[in-house]
Design a protein around this ligand. Structure first.
Ligand code: ADP
Ligand code: ASP
Ligand code: MG
Length: 241
């Protein structure tokens, strides 16, 4: 089995949480699975980076903004690879451009086009866990682009699609997909399973639990997406046909 596991910002908030996430990846890899871990920036890092750039200028250069914002995920990836290594498993971190994730030219909201090269495959073949930065890729000019807020989900599903993974797991701070935001609506009902089209509608209405483009890619490439909690046990919600 080949599995992509994505950890969002709250799942990586501090050292203990990074270690917990790393432990999940290591346990999975020990079941003889090939594991690709996709990481977001820690906690509210991206918000803080946006705010800091805005202190300089109200109209930052989109190219430089992407160069800057992508750094949050790069820090997470290095930390995650070190955490996995500290648990006795070999791991290599790759940025979006090192991994070869190609996007269009749209700085700040780039669309994923494909995966260039075999860097991820090579590391997997060496029996190592690959940690890839979410939220970013590289365009035709060789510049770093970002995929829009919440875009690490899209990195994860895109990699699962291009690497023909069996499953894409999205670890987050709620235990699945609900019919409404469970933080705002305590009576919201959780789905055990939900189809791509129904999920796409929720995502487009603003349910940030999955980035809408990740659902579009999941549907296009038929990637089963499991949304589950980093903090509570359970199988979460399966998004599939
Ligand atoms: P991550 O940092 O893991 O990417 P996000 O904050 O982007 O997490 O997404 C998870 C959040 O999505 C939850 O905390 C929840 O408040 C919100 N959310 C909005 N709509 C829904 C929904 N329909 N089902 C589940 N969560 C939802
Ligand atoms: N770090 C980025 C954001 O906050 C991407 C993500 O978390 O998915 O939007
Ligand atoms: Mg998110």
């Amino acid at each position: 089995m080949r599995i992509v596991q994505k950890f969002g910002g709250t799942s990586l908030m501090d050292t203990q949480r990074i270690l917990t996430a790393a432990g999940r990846a290591v346990r999975l890899a020990r079941q003889a699975d090939q594991v690709v871990v996709v990481v977001s920036a820690q906690g509210h890092t991206t918000d803080q980076l946006v705010a800091q750039a805005r202190e300089l200028t109200e109209q930052p250069s989109p190219r430089e903004m992407d160069a800057y914002l992508s750094a949050g995920e790069q820090m997470s990836a290095g930390l995650m690879a070190m955490a996995i290594q500290s648990l006795g498993c070999d791991a290599v971190s790759l940025t979006g451009w090192q991994a070869g994730l190609r996007t269009d030219e749209t700085y700040g909201n780039a669309r994923v086009l494909g995966l260039m090269g075999r860097r991820i495959e090579e590391v997997l073949e060496q029996g190592k866990i690959v940690v890839v930065t979410g939220f970013q890729g590289i365009n035709d000019r060789g510049d770093i682009t970002t995929l829009g807020r919440g875009g690490s989900d899209t990195t994860a599903v895109a990699l699962a699609a291009f690497l023909k993974a069996d499953l894409c797991q999205i670890y987050t701070d709620v235990d699945g997909v609900y019919d409404a935001d469970p933080r705002k609506f305590p009576d919201a009902v959780k789905y055990e399973r939900i189809g791509y089209d129904a999920m796409l509608e929720l995502a487009r209405q603003g349910a940030q639990v999955l980035h809408d483009r990740s659902v579009e890619l999941g549907k296009q490439y038929k990637v089963p997406i499991q949304v589950l909690s980093s903090f509570r046990p359970g199988d979460g919600t399966l998004v599939s046909d």
